[in-house]
Design a protein around this ligand. Sequence first.
Ligand code: HEC
Ligand code: HEC
Length: 361
Amino acid sequence: MRRRLTSWCIPLLLGAASAAWGQALQPLPPIEPPKAEQVELGKYLFFEPRLSGDGGVSCDTCHDPATGWGDGKALSTGYPGSEYFRNAQTLLNAAYYKRNYWDGRMAGSDLPTLVRDHLTEAHFMQVDGRLLAERLKQVPEYVEMFQKAFSGEPTFGRTLTAVAAFLKTITSRNAPIDRHLRGDGSALSAEAKEGLALFQGKAGCAQCHNGPLLSDQKFHALGVPENPDIFADPFRHTTFRRFFRTLGAPYAENYREDPGLYGVTKEKADWGRFRTPSLREVSRTAPYMHNGSLASLEDVVAFYDGGGGQQRNKSPLLKPLGLTAGEKRALVEFLTSLAGDPVIIERPELPDYTPRKLGQN
Ligand code: HEC
Ligand code: HEC
């Protein structure tokens, strides 16, 4: 009898503990630092327009440290001749995700492949990997830096590894929320503490925004309003169509809204679902949502207060919240306490080409 009782009790207790754990906020753990020489090279390459087809676009064109490592626009500008149909995500803490991009189509465990997608895709940087490697070989400073980082010459594959190493260093530092979670009672203002209680209680945010990133890393449909620019601008619309056709999503020419995760899985239940983004540094990364359709944190809180948007697939977790004006302010104050010290990396002075003499390549 005794034995039966314990074997019945243990799973129950574990179940209760993991449900509570799932909603808890946690401090951000450190990432194992990549090799310093690869990070240093990756920093140069991040700002290097020679990594794009026309030599005019670099990672920081769309992920500018001065605008929270995004571009500050609702929808991202694509490679010349295309316009993208989603918001350029912040790179702050991007290396922590299990799945990357708004629709999670890239595996976070493989950042070099994400960098390759960015370099070669028609809507991002449109470069040929062999051309890129030949360009870098004509810059003696890069030849030297690749030698230090990889004991070898510039190649496309090493370029991906170096940029991925740099991405792992763009992380939140010294955020008030982390000091609070580690027990510093004075890290958050009284209003931010009220906001935190609402976040985990009445407002229900922590149902999805939890863990060290304040993201459950899952996909939900909120019914975010459409951004009409996607269909009004022919450049964006053609990029949108080409994108979903490339993924093999059926009847892509008929879509009048971004299907999100559905485009990747083609499962009906995934229509309109997007990855829960981290809320760390969120006060630096306006405008908000996959299509930048909400301009400010006040707009986001008002959106949730109304129970989210209109969508047949909408998550049952969203309900009208009935927040008072003071409660809304407290939530915004809490969201602002999720930003740490600014992470600003200046563009390094990029080396010139020095074409090698014949016979020395
Ligand atoms: C033309 C604009 C543009 C350029 C240039 C660009 N990106 Fe992006 N980046 C985006 C957009 C837009 C997204 C979101 C894509 C989506 O969800 O469909 C994104 C997403 C990302 C993400 C995923 C973040 C997350 O939260 O999952 C990473 C990492 C990233 N970019 C790194 C880079 C790197 C490294 C470079 C340079 C090699 C680069 N980007 C160049 C526009 C750009
Ligand atoms: C059902 C899960 C869920 C709940 C509950 C939820 N969120 Fe979200 N949150 C998401 C998802 C998913 C997105 C991205 C949606 C999109 O782009 O279409 C998001 C986006 C956001 C963004 C925009 C971030 C950015 O980088 O653009 C903010 C801010 C935010 N949520 C705050 C909150 C707050 C505050 C609450 C509570 C009032 C809350 N969320 C409740 C899942 C949720």
